[in-house]
Design a protein around this ligand. Structure first.
Ligand code: HEM
Length: 322
């Protein structure tokens, strides 16, 4: 197997494809920070010793984001097509430590390894006319047919009505570790308590290109938004290290807790200075050997050091609140 690309190479490819402006995250560049509380379910503490799953109120900071590395990217691709969005959460633990996670609104990832991610991103590089080469993309898909599962989910995204109705998936496998040291492999998702349809093409066409952050501000002004944290448990034979594979429907699931977000964070600049590392787990939780999961941690750290040492030449969009 090819050696993992180094994080700087990944950032260089992202910069070339997305034309990311200096001073912003190299993924999910536009975001809005909010505050709220996580409360674990009574079952959670029987499955893990992790501090945030013992039942008390855990203060959280969350960041909703548009997945593009360009902070001015529209929130929908067209009136009929949505776009990948993110929800990152930082749990402030009783011990003073923090745990972090970052999830997106599709359940699978289009690459199995960092090298595959690089190849896919390269295949989307714009040609001289500014558009990617369809032949190059098709050639990549033909050689990586497993990508079709995530393509189907990305294509099925409709313009979101509100972040409050989106489901966000952690995608990678993690472990819950109990007091006796038993390890249970699981994947998580944030399932919204608010239900409703996506925007119709007419409703989406009537929205400005960037609307989800302002919609979130307005909605939080009317009351909290909540998500259940659902764990899906692996069965023997399920892939534990391949984020491009879905586990079969019908796997046992349980609610680990709920997240209630009730206000826009008072300091959006502080949010810009944070990293939501998906490997930010504490005792009682474990990481799988998923190579994308481990790579993300290194790439986010590289993105952080770049963006915090650069001067922004493009101002933040107004709805980022800075
Ligand atoms: C090889 C795979 C991936 C690469 C190279 C990558 C790259 C990045 C980068 C560079 C950032 C900005 C980090 C920062 O500056 O703080 C980012 C943010 C983010 N990524 Fe990824 N990513 C990958 C996979 C994923 C996956 C699988 C998910 C979801 C499960 C995901 C969800 C997110 C979210 C939600 C954020 C925003 C976090 C925040 O609000 O600060 N990424 N990604």
């Amino acid at each position: 197997m090819a050696a993992d690309p180094i994080p700087a190479e990944a950032i260089a490819v992202i910069d070339r494809i997305s034309k990311s402006p200096p001073g912003y995250r190299r993924g999910h560049a536009r975001g809005l920070g909010v505050r709220g509380t996580f409360r674990a379910s009574s079952e959670a503490k029987t499955l893990t010793t992790a501090e945030h799953f013992q039942g008390g109120a855990i203060p959280c900071v969350a960041r909703f984001s548009n997945a593009s590395a360009n902070p001015c990217a529209p929130d929908r691709l067209s009136p009929k097509e949505g776009r990948t969005q993110g929800l990152a959460v930082k749990f402030a633990l009783p011990s003073g430590k923090a745990a972090t996670w970052a999830a997106i609104n599709i359940p699978v990832f289009p690459a199995r390894t960092p090298a595959e991610f690089m190849a896919l991103t390269e295949a989307q590089a714009p040609k001289a006319g500014g558009k990617p080469s369809m032949a190059k993309l098709l050639w990549h898909v033909i050689r990586h047919l497993h990508i079709l599962v995530s393509v189907k989910h990305i294509k099925a995204l409709k313009p979101a009505r509100t972040y409050g109705m989106e489901t966000f998936f952690g995608i990678h496998t993690y472990y819950l570790i109990d007091a006796a040291g038993n390890r249970k492999a699981f994947r998580y998702r944030w399932a919204p308590r608010l239900s409703g349809s996506a925007l119709s093409p007419e409703e989406a066409a009537a929205q400005p290109e960037q609307y989800l952050m302002n919609e979130l501000r307005a909605r939080l002004g009317q009351g909290p938004l909540s998500w259940d944290l659902i764990a899906q448990f692996a069965e023997p034979g399920d892939s534990l290290d391949d984020p491009s594979v879905l586990w079969p429907v019908g796997r046992r699931e349980t609610i680990l807790g709920s997240l209630s977000l009730d206000r826009v964070h008072e300091d959006q600049e502080a949010i810009e200075g944070m990293v939501f590392d998906p490997t930010g787990v504490v005792a009682g939780l474990g990481l799988s050997e998923d190579p994308i999961l481990k790579f993300r941690s290194r790439v986010y750290s590289e993105s952080y050091s770049r963006r915090t040492s650069e001067t922004r030449t493009a101002p933040a969009p107004a709805d980022m609140g800075q």
